[in-house]
Design a binder for this molecule. Structure first.
Ligand code: NAD
Length: 497
């Protein structure tokens, strides 16, 4: 039996009870209690910040050579890999995700630490083209203290995506995970501690946005907030950041279009569309939640899709064949159900799903059936608002121009899927859609070396990729005189003949 973290917080390298609002972590497959813990209060946050400040300024950290600092990231990656089964279990308990998925997330988190260690070791600074009697360089330095604020849907992966580049860049990090999923981030803290990272460089501070979230955003010592979560929260953070002129990166929500052209390989498209919306029970920022199907194949495609959706295996997160696991929380299931009711009130027709699955095995869990809705225009609220659950809306389209217009007629711009055998068409359409990521004949595939982020209300800034580390650094220009003499303008005044 894998033991869950005890629930103490990691405050500047010390394990201490929080003194903020209580947090209850449940296992959404049966509602059983994981842990009740006290979240971080403002005082806890202040203590973490003071310790982070000291640790970040310490020459023992600040003056490390890149290859020396990279060793910590490799050690953390090793620790994650050694504890992968434990991490997967804890994250499945916290979020209800299948073990198959949480194992993959643990592997991805290890890969992220390894990748940013390698990026750090291989990021050269730049000598710029000389234009005068000075050696000119462009170099990068740590920002100082970085706050990483993450959501509940893929915590270990979201945490790693921020903590790894921020540490690699030489900062100290204050990580605030979401209240529905505090445990796996505390487990990450244990691994980071075991990897020998100097105390104070990482704090893990679960707690409410109101209490600890606000403190981190508003505190004058925090030089950057890297946020992943909902658009409304992201906007509130950006407004506060503007007050103190602090850089932010924002990975926000989505309502991503997937487009099936009549010439697509239908088997490939059915499997891709299903995976795009129903994997992770739809709790994914990049979920392909608006499906556009070209009119000539619309009826046949939707009929096959509905039949395939009904065959998906809904079940316990620990069962190896489960495809659709419970949602993260009963409150979240209520919110998904409310969206479906709203869609029905707007005139949507429920082609499948639209409720809670029946059967003893589902009675205690936060399950919701994979749901397909049709019969509403792209302007309906269900086509505009993020549901963040297993709910797909299908719409027909007439031609390329029509689908580009409909796909772009949305506040979000995170991702897009295109299914066609016509390469030039996929290129034209993919270029025309406003989205941070386009997948052609595939969906939800990721690589740490490929930047990720959104447009419009899906956010700003990019994570991952070689440049990902620069988002946590301050660029500095350096001029060193090569002439050996005084500047001519003041030379006479300075008494130089
Ligand atoms: P959320 O916005 O409610 O919360 C995200 C985090 O922000 C949590 O840790 C929360 O406690 C914190 N927070 C809340 N109010 C705050 C405040 N005022 N100040 C500082 N922090 C505050 O989002 P959620 O429900 O946890 O996650 C779901 C959302 O995240 C969805 O909209 C989803 O699309 C988005 N998401 C985006 C990406 C991406 O990369 N674009 C990835 C995953 C999830």
């Amino acid at each position: 039996m894998i033991e869950l973290p005890q629930g103490k917080l990691f405050i500047g390298g010390e394990w201490e009870e929080g003194s903020g609002e209580p947090i209850t972590s449940i296992f959404p497959a049966d509602g059983s209690l994981n842990r009740v813990l006290r979240g971080a209060s403002k005082e806890d946050g202040e203590r973490a910040i003071a310790r982070a400040r000291k640790a970040q300024a310490d020459p023992a950290w600040r003056n490390l050579k890149p290859h020396e600092r990279a060793r910590y990231l490799y050690a953390i990656a090793d620790g994650i890999e050694e504890n992968a089964a434990r991490i997967a279990h804890i994250q499945s308990r916290d979020t209800g995700k299948t073990l198959r998925e949480t194992r993959a997330l643990a592997a991805s988190a290890a890969g992220t630490f390894r990748y940013f260690g390698a990026v750090l070791e291989t990021s050269d600074e730049r000598l710029t083209a000389q234009r005068g009697d000075a050696l000119t360089m462009s170099i990068h330095e740590p920002l100082g203290l970085v706050a990483a604020i993450t959501p509940w849907n893929s915590p270990i992966a979201s945490d790693a995506q921020k903590v790894a580049p921020a540490l690699a860049a030489g900062n100290a990090v204050l990580l605030k995970p979401a209240s529905w999923s505090p445990l796996v981030s505390l487990e990450l803290a244990r691994i980071v501690e075991a990897a020998g990272l100097p105390k104070g460089l990482l704090s893990v501070l679960p707690g409410s946005g109101r209490e600890i979230g606000n403190l981190l955003v508003e505190h004058p010592d925090i030089a950057k907030v890297s946020f992943t979560g909902g658009t409304q929260t992201g906007r509130a953070i950006a407004l506060k950041a503007a007050e103190k002129l602090m850089p932010v990166s924002l990975e926000l929500g989505g309502k991503s279009p997937t487009i099936v052209f009549a010439d697509a390989d239908m088997d490939q498209a059915i499997a891709g569309v299903l995976f795009g919306i129903f994997s992770s029970s739809g709790q994914s920022c990049i979920a392909g939640s608006r499906l556009f199907v070209e009119r000539p194949v619309y009826d046949a495609f939707v009929e096959r899709l509905v039949a395939a959706t009904r065959r998906l295996k809904i079940g316990h997160p620990f069962d190896a064949d489960t495809q659709v696991a419970p949602l993260v929380h009963f409150d979240h299931r209520d919110s998904v159900a409310a969206h479906v009711r709203m869609a029905c009130a707007e005139g949507a027709q429920v082609l499948c799903g639209g409720g809670i699955p029946q059967g003893e095995e589902y009675e205690k869990g936060a399950y919701y059936l994979p749901t397909i809705l049709a019969g509403v225009p792209n302007t309906a609220r269900i086509c505009r608002e993020e549901v963040f659950g297993p709910v797909l809306v299908v719409l027909p389209f007439e031609d390329e121009a029509d689908v580009i217009a409909q796909a772009n007629d949305n506040d979000y711009g995170l991702a897009c899927g295109i299914w066609t055998r016509d390469f030039p068409k996929s290129w034209r359409v993919g270029r025309a859609i406003r989205a941070g990521t386009v997948w052609v004949n595939t969906y939800k595939q990721f690589s740490i070396s490929t930047p990720f982020g959104g447009e419009k209300e899906s956010g700003m800034g990019r994570e991952k990729g070689r440049e990902g580390i620069r988002a946590y650094m301050a660029q500095k220009s350096f001029y060193t005189d090569l002439s050996g003499g005084p500047l001519p303008w003041a030379g006479a005044a300075a008494g130089v003949s």
